[in-house]
Design a protein around this ligand. Structure first.
Ligand code: SAM
Length: 225
């Protein structure tokens, strides 16, 4: 039922926590987690009626209506406080990093967070580091020629230096991800070197990231020697 990306997200779910899947769309993750007995129940939300109708179809097809509640909500905003307090783990997957950040900024939670950004991954990391979130585990997967990442994190209030690979599981997929990112960054920097109108802050950010990635790749080379 789950593809490689959603299986990766599923692998990060803490056992036994009431789940909230934000932007659920098809609701496959929540249904699968409830079927496997990994979560005692779930709330699945979406901003739009269409995706929520798709979610309802999946929930009904799997006879999960007693286990999974569906709700229209913009991020965390429309979840009633009593229900919000009951949630042990929020998943925000399949969205851009900026959107995930804006959802986290609008209502605070210190519960488990499983985040799976599709873009602006390093920008989201910067937000987490600067706003007191600890990344406990970070995983990577490949589906065809696409690479994805997901992270399990929780607010502890400690401010951190930029740490884009804190908690990373250093497997083959991690190093493949680094290679792809390095390629992307080098292309972006090359493009900037030909442009007259360069965002200096963004350029500095990319250069910093390039150094961090190269140092992670060198560490591996040294370990293998
Ligand atoms: C690409 S789908 C991802 C579905 C699923 N989470 C996954 O990872 O496969 C993104 C979903 O997020 C929903 N969405 C976008 N902005 C949202 C917001 N602010 N609050 C809740 N859902 C949102 C969209 O309507 C869409 O159904």
């Amino acid at each position: 039922m789950l593809d490689a990306r959603l299986s990766m997200v599923y692998s990060l779910l803490p056992d036994g926590e009431f789940l909230c899947d934000i932007g659920t769309d098809h609701c496959k993750l929540a249904v699968y987690a409830a079927e496997q007995g990994r979560v005692p129940g779930a709330l699945a939300t979406d901003l739009r009626r269409g995706p929520l109708a798709a979610a309802r179809k999946t929930v009904e097809a799997h006879a999960m209506t007693d286990n999974i509640q569906l709700m229209l909500s913009d991020g965390f905003i429309n979840i009633p406080q009593k229900l919000f307090d009951k949630i042990g783990c929020f998943v925000i997957a399949g969205m851009g990093g900026e959107l995930i950040e804006s959802i986290l900024r609008k209502r605070f939670t210190d519960k488990w967070l499983v985040l799976q950004p599709m873009s602006a991954v390093f920008e989201l990391n910067l937000f987490l580091c600067e706003n007191g979130y600890a990344v406990k585990k970070r995983v990577f997967c490949r589906d065809g020629d696409k690479m994805y990442t997901a992270l399990l994190c929780r607010h502890d209030g400690a401010l951190r230096k930029f740490c884009p690979f804190e908690g990373a599981v250093r497997d083959e997929n991690f190093y493949l991800y680094l290679e792809k990112e390095l390629f992307r960054i080098k292309k972006a920097l090359e493009g900037m070197s030909r442009s007259d109108n360069v965002d200096a802050e963004r350029k500095r950010g990319l250069e910093r990231l390039e150094r961090i990635i190269i140092s992670n790749m060198t560490e591996r080379k040294n370990e293998n020697q």
